[in-house]
Design a protein around this ligand. Sequence first.
Ligand SMILES: NC(=O)c1ccc[n+]([C@@H]2O[C@H](COP(=O)([O-])OP(=O)(O)OC[C@H]3O[C@@H](n4cnc5c(N)ncnc54)[C@H](O)[C@@H]3O)[C@@H](O)[C@H]2O)c1
Length: 353
Amino acid sequence: MAKIIQAQALRDIAAAIVKAGGSSDTEAKTVADNLVMANLSGHDSHGVGMIPRYIDAVLEGGLVPNTSVKAMLDIGTMLTLDAQRGYGQVVAEQAMQMGIARAKQHGSCIMTLAHAHHIGRIGHWAEMAVAEGLVSIHFVNVLSRPVVAPWGGGDGRFGTNPCCIGVPVAGREPFILDFATSRVAQGKMRVAHNEGKQVEPGLLINEHGVPTTDPGVVVVPQSNGLFGALMTFGEHKGYGMAVACELLGGALTGSGTWHSAGDFKRSVYNGMLTILIDPAKLGTQLAYEQEALAFVDWLKQGPAAPGVDAVKIAGEPERKARAEREKSGISLDDTTWGEIVEAGRKVGAAVAA
Ligand SMILES: NC(=O)c1ccc[n+]([C@@H]2O[C@H](COP(=O)([O-])OP(=O)(O)OC[C@H]3O[C@@H](n4cnc5c(N)ncnc54)[C@H](O)[C@@H]3O)[C@@H](O)[C@H]2O)c1
């Protein structure tokens, strides 16, 4: 049985728990709004289901409430930020605001963000820049557990390392390509496992390196105490993108790469390289606007394949989900809801079960 909750009620519950964990009212609201936006966008894996993990991370000391970014270098076109293990929803918002302001002034900004606690759905950050007319490119690594196997490898060696490209399209909705470099996000395996479902073949290997459809292999330790692993998308090419995210999001930012066995700490850290470009300053604005519009329209005028309603561009599924879920409410499975109630209990925020 799933529980259906309207977005605003869920924001209030999420904010109350985060606040009880030691955050200011403003921080609790920012975190809650961001997580519920992920649910609304159809990405439940990055929504309020993360709260139990965040609260555990706060209680363990790996996530530090009420923390801001610290500028290590700021020369306008280059911005180097240390998030100091603050809430990702807060520090990434601060970082994007700073990067956007500098890109609008100088035409571009290369911004690095190190040591952020989980920054959630990366598309959220691209959407912020695109709303200001900027192109926004993101390479992110994840320090949590080595849950994804290299192409041709038999165990997990790195995280689900997301990559995101946001491009404004004048006269149309923007292109927001936002994906984990694993075939699927780890959180989706948690959701499937909580719901007792098997997943399609080709996503996972078990703790012995053998393909499996059981999402539990990456959620709970297996018989030998080890985990299985997710596979990368696009075979060797997706694997290459995952390594690029680790090198750019983890090494170049100074945030750190993964190179040790997993542990059971609840913190999740992201490093992010962001490249912001202002097309208005590049000298190609007119051609860019005309060509982007013409291309997107050309794509969408093509015939749909059998069984498909229409050709879409990236970002459309999230916008459609938002429109639907704003009306119908957000569905949470019993396990996720129970974990949220329990997280509230741990910090003294009573949530009606
Ligand atoms: N912070 C972290 O540590 C972390 C780690 C991994 C993933 N994530 C986030 O997890 C989320 C989910 O990632 P995912 O890989 O499961 O995403 P996904 O597979 O659901 O979507 C990937 C992209 O494909 C687009 N898309 C989907 N269907 C389409 C269609 N029919 N036509 C055209 N485009 C289409 C979507 O708009 C999206 O941009 C992302 O928001 C990602 O940023 C975050």
